[in-house]
Write a protein that binds this ligand. Structure first.
Ligand code: HEM
Length: 452
């Protein structure tokens, strides 16, 4: 056992920062090839970051006691948007309590009840997709995942309130795409004169609308299926409901954690499927004959392995010395379970760079070898939500369209704030499927009632 940090690049910190931000996966691969696992990188203004990708070490990391590692402190950069009560930013007791309050709202069974609303919104979105020309799917998928969160999580109905909040949040999320959003918040006095002043004003206007929504929903007390309804009904251990600020912070957390992630993951899905005719044919066949969803599930597991949009779980700040995978780490170091690297380890996944859903027909995803949603007591709260959403979107798109690739080469990666998405937005060519045009000409089925 050793308490020296694992080796890593010795190039200047600025160059490491540039490499990590501009070519994230290539940089990680190079470090692994050169230094083995784990390795340590150093980025401007941050403590040493240790990349962990051995499954036994990942298990130690996910199972470490809550007072030893603090993921919440590691995610402070999100605070200006998600607020201080956000489950993502809490640690130890407060985190466990907040997570317990939120878990029922994101339970798999609840998500199934939201599926008719998700289907309706998906069908409406894809109605507008152009045929027979190259089309960048990412912005369209962003619009879809935003709409799903506003309707299924915030519980907004169609109308002026939904339109105003959608417009303001779209602006806010566009800001999140800019490199400025990666900087720590400036001191209060300065924030009035930097470009961030506009961001603050926008945030204040959004908060006003969200607090009004919470107030209205509390008064109304209606029986609804959306996530906000569940959060309004949740009680702390002493029997008190969540405060308006807690509710606001968790709504914004769901938005930040669940919007861009799912949109990018779906963009990768269609980009990959367009270039993998055998997979696409088998999947389209399963969808067309309604013979179950075994291959669809395997395809989603594979895309989450092959192109994890969050290349690592939340950074965990070491608060007390801890041994992870036989290495002793001192307080102050940050440990990252690296999904990209473990998912591309040939000892675990033969031919790891191939897109091959069949591998998940033979074996279920492993707890410490398949970690697109992180793990342990911090595992993504919205995993079921995202999986239901992805299944609905893939089914709807493939039932309606044939996909073809655009350009000879697969899309490279591009960092969008915290996610890694296709460099050209998942550009594909859509053609109407013969069976889809037949069913469009038959009488429309009765619309299912919206969940919200
Ligand atoms: C494909 C889509 C998604 C991916 C890949 C993803 C991935 C992740 C990952 C890697 C984490 C960190 C886990 C850890 O550190 O162990 C996380 C946390 C979280 N995610 Fe997701 N996520 C997705 C969608 C969503 C959605 C749709 C929602 C909500 C509607 C959501 C809500 C959350 C929350 C609240 C946390 C914080 C959990 C905690 O700290 O206890 N995510 N997600």
């Amino acid at each position: 056992m050793t308490d020296k940090l694992p080796p890593g690049p010795r190039m200047p910190v600025l160059l490491q920062t540039l490499g990590f931000w501009s070519r994230p996966t290539a940089f990680l691969e190079r470090c692994r090839a050169r230094y083995g696992v784990p390795f340590t990188i150093r980025l401007v203004g941050q403590p040493p970051l240790v990349m962990i990708s051995d499954p036994d070490a990942i298990k130690d990391l996910f199972q470490a006691p809550p007072d030893v590692l603090h993921p919440g402190e590691g995610a402070r950069i999100l605070e200006p948007v998600v607020g201080t009560h956000s489950v993502i930013l809490l640690d130890e007791g407060p985190h466990l309590q907040q997570r317990k309050l939120m878990l029922p709202a994101f339970h798999g069974e609840k998500m199934q009840r939201l599926s008719s609303l998700m289907s309706e919104l998906t069908e409406r979105e894809i109605d507008s997709w152009p045929l027979d020309v190259p089309v960048e799917l990412h912005p369209r998928l962003q619009r879809l995942t935003l709409e799903i969160i506003l309707r299924a999580v915030f519980g907004l109905e169609r109308g002026a309130k939904l339109d105003s909040l959608r417009a303001l949040l779209t602006k806010l999320l566009t800001f999140g795409d800019s490199p400025l959003s990666l900087l720590p918040p400036p001191p209060r006095a300065l924030s009035r004169v930097t470009p961030l002043a506009g961001f603050e004003r926008l945030g204040a206007r959004i908060d006003e609308l969200i607090y009004a929504l919470i107030e209205e929903r509390r008064r109304e007390g209606a029986d609804r299926e959306d996530v906000l309804a569940m959060l309004l009904a949740a009680e702390h251990e002493d029997g008190t409901p969540m405060s308006a600020q807690e509710l606001r912070d968790e709504l914004m957390t769901a938005l930040v954690a669940g919007h861009e992630t799912t949109a990018s993951q779906l963009a990768w899905t269609f980009e990959r499927l367009a270039r993998e005719p055998a997979v696409l044919a088998r999947l389209s066949c399963e969808i067309e004959d309604g013979s179950g969803e075994e291959y669809l599930t395997a395809t989603i597991n594979e895309i989450l392995r092959h192109r994890p949009v969050l290349p690592n779980a939340e950074p965990r700040l070491v608060k007390k010395p801890v041994t992870i995978g036989n290495v002793r780490y001192p307080a102050g170091v940050v440990l990252l379970a690296n999904a990209y690297l473990v998912h591309h380890d040939p000892a675990i996944y033969p031919d790891p760079y191939a897109f091959h859903p069949e591998r998940f027909l033979e074996q279920a995803p492993g707890t410490y070898t398949w970690i697109p949603f992180g793990g342990g007591r911090r595992r993504c709260l919205g995993a079921s939500f995202a999986l239901v959403e992805m299944k609905i979107a893939i089914r709807a798109v493939l039932a309606r369209f044939e996909l073809a690739a655009v350009g000879a080469h697969p899309e490279k990666t591009r960092r969008r704030s915290i996610t890694i998405s296709p460099a050209h937005g998942g550009t594909v060519l859509l053609r109407e499927r013969a069976s889809a045009s037949r069913s469009r000409n038959s009488p429309a089925p009765e619309r299912l009632p919206a969940a919200a």
